[in-house]
Design a binder for this molecule. Structure first.
Ligand code: COA
Length: 160
């Protein structure tokens, strides 16, 4: 797990296009967020961890503290290359986010995903990792495609 470098962009573009989940518009949006992280070192809304194996980029996660909240983190994007999927890389990316967020006294981590059948494996992945479905907005993305919000809650040190 390491920080994002400008030279990662071609490989991350391939990961996003090939991972089987995103439309071209979504890929462009994901790349815009990576661009913000690379070009604006002063921003603190987004952080990226890149998973690398044998000098090959296998995936990444983009996350950060939710503006105007206390102790609330959001995972905005996660993707693993198709040849890397099912080998624990996604789980390690989530563990990295959780370690960073809880070190910053996060109370909860949220993420949003789609209700479409093609996201069933992704939903299982989140549930296996301890994220619970807490809200659903019907027809959010398009008719018949709901927005699901999954949440994992942590106990703050002073509440123990
Ligand atoms: C979702 C994603 C990030 C998961 O990463 P991954 O590296 O494949 O996941 P892992 O190998 O760490 O798997 C962790 C758990 O996910 C689940 N999982 C993994 N592969 C699975 C499969 N083929 N079928 C069902 N569940 C699976 C299992 O619960 C697994 O736990 P296990 O290892 O005990 O079986 C990855 O599959 C991906 O990039 N998908 C496309 C992009 C995407 O959907 N992003 C999220 C948009 S909201």
């Amino acid at each position: 797990m390491r920080e994002l470098r400008p030279t990662d962009l071609p490989e991350l573009t391939d990961v996003l296009r090939q991972c089987g989940a995103f439309t071209e518009t979504e890929v462009i949006c994901a790349l815009e967020l990576l661009d913000i992280v690379l070009k604006d070192p002063a921003q603190s809304d987004y952080r990226v961890a890149v998973a690398e194996e044998n000098q090959d980029v296998q995936g990444y996660v983009l996350f950060g503290p939710v503006p105007l909240t206390e102790g609330n983190y959001m995972i905005y994007w996660i993707a693993v290359a198709p040849q890397g999927q099912g080998r624990g890389i996604g789980r390690r990316l989530l563990a990295h986010v959780e370690a960073e967020a809880t070190a910053d006294r996060a109370r909860l981590i949220c993420l949003e995903t789609s209700s479409q059948g093609s996201y069933e494996r992704t939903r299982n992945f989140y549930m296996q990792a301890g994220y619970h479905l807490e809200s659903r907005i019907a027809d959010f993305y398009r008719a018949g495609d709901d927005r699901l919000t999954y949440v994992k809650r942590f106990t703050c040190r002073e509440e123990v």
